[in-house]
Design a protein around this ligand. Structure first.
Ligand SMILES: Nc1nc2c(ncn2[C@@H]2O[C@H](COP(=O)(O)OP(=O)(O)OP(=O)(O)O)[C@@H](O)[C@H]2O)c(=O)[nH]1
Ligand SMILES: [Mg+2]
Length: 278
C-alpha cells in the first residue's frame, strides 16, 4: 500500500522552502519524539544538504523517555547535527537549548551577524508551537490537525535571531506502509486519508507488542488481549462504542483508541527505536 496526501498549498510551500534554505544558518527540523524516523522528512533532508541542523524531538511528554534519550544520542552522532527533546510543558528549557545550540552551530557567523534559522518538518509535529515557545507568546496559529500553517512566517527573537516557521510538508507519495501508518496514528496525516480501523489495528498491534502493561492498566483488563481486534473490542465495550443490540462498533472503538493514544492517556509511548550502533 502506498499513500497519497499532497494538498495544493504544499507544492508552493516546498518551492518557498527551497528558496529560503540557502540563506539560513541553521535548520531546525522538528520531529515527533514518538516517531523520529517516520517523521523525518525526506524533502527536508534533500534540501538541507549539509547545512547545520538541530533536530528537535517535540511532544516528548507523550513519548517513552528512555527511547527518546536513545534517539537524541543517535542524532547527535550525525555530522553537523545537534538534537534535544522538547515539549510545550518545558518551555524555558526549550528556549535555553535552542539559543545554546544555534550559537554553537552558527559560530562561524561571528558576534555582529544575526543568526537565521528555519523551522521545518512534516505536518502537526509542533513547529508553530515551537515558534510560540521561542517568542514566549502566541504569534503563530496552532491546531490539533495537520496542515494548519499554510504560509511561512518570520519573527525576530529578543536575542536578534530571525526565525521562520513553515507549513508542514509531505511528499507526493509515501511508499513505506509502516511510515504512513505511524504518521497517521500520531496525526500527521489527516483522518480522512486512511480509515480509523486500519490505523487502530496497526497501533493496537504495536502497543500489545511493546507496551502491554500500559494497555492492560488503561482499559482495566484482566489479561492482555490476544490480538489487536480483541483489544479494540475491549475498548469499544469499555468506552460505549456499541451498536444497537450491544454489538461493538469496531470503527467507533478504533476512533476512540486512536484519540486516546494521541492524547497520551494510555501512557508515554514511542512507536520506534533508533538503529542499534554497529
Ligand atoms: N502534548 C503535546 N502536544 C503538543 C506539543 N507541541 C505541540 N503540541 C500539539 O500538537 C498539535 C500541533 O501543533 P502545531 O504547532 O500546530 O503543529 P505544526 O507542526 O505547526 O503543524 P502544521 O502547521 O499543521 O504543519 C497542537 O494540538 C499542539 O497543541 C507538545 O510538546 N506536547
Ligand atoms: Mg504550523
Amino acid at each position: 500500500m502506498s499513500l497519497q496526501w499532497y494538498p495544493g498549498h504544499m507544492t508552493k510551500a516546498r518551492r518557498e522552502l527551497a528558496n529560503l534554505m540557502p540563506s539560513q544558518d541553521v535548520i531546525i527540523e522538528v520531529l515527533d519524539a514518538r516517531l523520529p524516523r517516520s517523521s523525518s522528512n525526506p524533502v527536508v533532508t534533500e534540501l538541507r544538504q549539509d547545512r547545520p541542523c538541530i533536530k528537535v524531538l517535540t511532544k516528548s511528554d507523550l513519548a517513552d523517555p528512555a527511547v527518546t534519550s536513545a534517539w537524541v544520542e543517535y542524532f547527535a552522532t550525525q555530522p553537523n547535527t545537534s538534537a534535544f527533546a522538547s515539549s510545550t510543558k518545558a518551555q524555558q528549557e526549550t528556549r535555553k537549548r535552542i539559543a545554546q545550540l544555534t550559537r554553537g552551530l552558527a559560530a562561524h557567523r561571528g558576534p555582529d551577524k544575526t543568526v537565521r534559522a528555519l523551522i521545518c518538518g512534516v505536518p502537526n509535529v509542533g513547529k508553530s508551537s515551537l515558534i510560540n515557545i521561542l517568542m514566549n507568546r502566541a504569534v503563530a496559529k496552532v491546531g490539533d490537525k495537520p496542515a494548519v500553517t499554510k504560509e511561512q512566517q518570520a519573527v525576530v527573537l529578543k536575542n536578534g535571531m530571525t526565525i521562520t516557521d513553515s507549513p508542514g510538508l509531505m511528499w507526493p507519495k509515501i511508499e513505506d506502509e509502516r511510515r504512513a501508518f505511524c504518521l497517521a496514528f500520531a496525526g500527521s496525516i489527516p483522518d480522512t486519508a486512511i480509515d480509523y480501523l486500519t490505523i487502530a489495528m496497526f497501533g493496537a498491534e504495536l502497543l500489545l507488542a511493546h507496551y502491554p502493561e500500559l494497555v492492560v492498566a488503561r482499559y482495566k483488563l484482566a489479561v492482555t488481549p490476544p490480538s489487536p481486534e480483541a483489544l479494540l473490542t475491549e475498548v469499544g465495550r469499555r468506552r460505549g462504542g456499541l451498536r444497537p443490540g450491544g454489538i461493538v462498533d469496531l470503527h467507533k472503538a478504533s476512533e476512540m483508541f486512536v484519540h486516546e493514544f494521541r492524547g497520551g492517556v494510555i501512557g508515554r509511548i514511542s512507536l520506534e527505536v533508533p538503529p542499534r550502533p554497529r
